[in-house]
Design a protein. Structure first.
Lengths: 102, 213
């Protein structure tokens, strides 16, 4: 396998999946966002989004917390420092790969 | 599903303005500011109340900004979060004291700039034109550029046009400034109210609010 292709295979697959990439991108731009907002912006079903968030939480990329804002129950999601680092690294790797193939 | 990262980033930035609440509150604040300037003109320069009003300008700006922020947060909790979700945007990492000092400093710089402009150019009307142009430009540069929403460009253009028109209207300074802020406020309020009405119509409250995580 060439160096370029090897670079591609080293991409973080947890982030590379489109739905999770969308979730992580949104969370990287804000302090926190709730489940409803993430569902609306990504267009995923509740079950699907829940499954993706669980994987990201298990990897330590996202923290999930249930809180009340006024009388409204919210499931608040935050990108952890590790998640932020993983996203930055993913972007760099992808950029390098694209630069080397053009 | 949305997978275009650029579009996702744009949508996140636009979300703050999607319900029109910020414009409604901002518009209301501007109407109060307009009344403040017009009241000063109405009372005349020698009145004690005018002196108090002028002295409290910086406090009014800081207090207005804090009150507007609280009101936006309260209204968003009431109308937005249950419908389309909650987002907490990143704040600059500054202490409350530092923020107050920056706001105070900005207020002083603005007041001093206005006084210098009047002294140098000798025409108070220039302040009205500059206020309109500066506000219009800052609206386009901040809300317009961040959100990409056309209504902010329209409001920005309206602010510039009103500033220039009122500068040549031959009104006393306080009334011209009051009218400028008041009319911008009414336009923002109307635009925000129309946006909020459409937002509420298009986004009924979710059956199971925020649940599922």
């Amino acid at each position: 396998m060439g160096a370029d292709l090897r670079q591609l295979s080293e991409l973080d697959r947890l982030i590379h999946e489109p739905a999770r990439l969308a979730v992580v991108t949104i969370l990287s731009m804000v302090e926190s966002a709730d489940f409803l907002y993430l569902q609306r912006e990504t267009g995923l079903t509740k079950g699907n989004l829940s499954a993706h968030l669980s994987k990201l939480e298990a990897a330590g990329y996202v923290t999930i917390e249930k809180v009340f804002k006024g009388r409204i129950p919210l499931t608040i999601c935050r990108l952890s420092t590790e998640g932020q680092r993983a996203l930055t690294q993913y972007r760099q790797q992808l950029k390098q790969f694209l630069a080397s193939t053009t | 599903m949305q997978t275009d990262v650029g579009q996702i980033e744009k949508a996140v930035r636009r979300y703050w303005y999607e319900d029109g609440i910020a414009e409604v509150v901002g518009g209301g604040t501007f109407i109060i500011l307009g009344m403040y300037f017009a009241l000063q003109e109405y009372l005349g320069g020698d009145s004690l109340l005018t002196g108090i009003l002028q002295a409290s300008m910086v406090l009014l700006f800081i207090g207005g900004a804090i009150a507007a922020r609280w009101l936006i947060s309260t209204l968003k909790t009431r109308f937005t979060y249950a419908r389309t979700g909650y987002v907490e945007y990143r704040q600059p990492r500054r202490s409350p004291q530092m923020r107050a000092a920056i706001a105070f400093g900005l207020g002083m710089v603005l007041a001093a700039s206005a006084a210098i402009l009047v002294r140098v150019f000798g025409s108070p009307d220039l302040i009205v034109a500059i206020s309109g142009v500066l506000f219009g430009a800052s609206l386009v540069a901040t809300a317009g550029r961040t959100s990409g929403l056309v209504r902010f460009y329209v409001l920005g253009a309206l602010s510039v046009a009103l500033g220039v028109l009122l500068a040549f209207a031959g009104l006393p300074e306080g009334y011209a400034l009051g009218l400028l802020y008041g009319l911008i406020g009414v336009a923002a309020l109307a635009s925000g109210a129309w946006t909020l009405r459409r937002y509420l119509h298009e986004n009924p409250v979710a059956a199971e609010v925020g649940d599922g995580g």
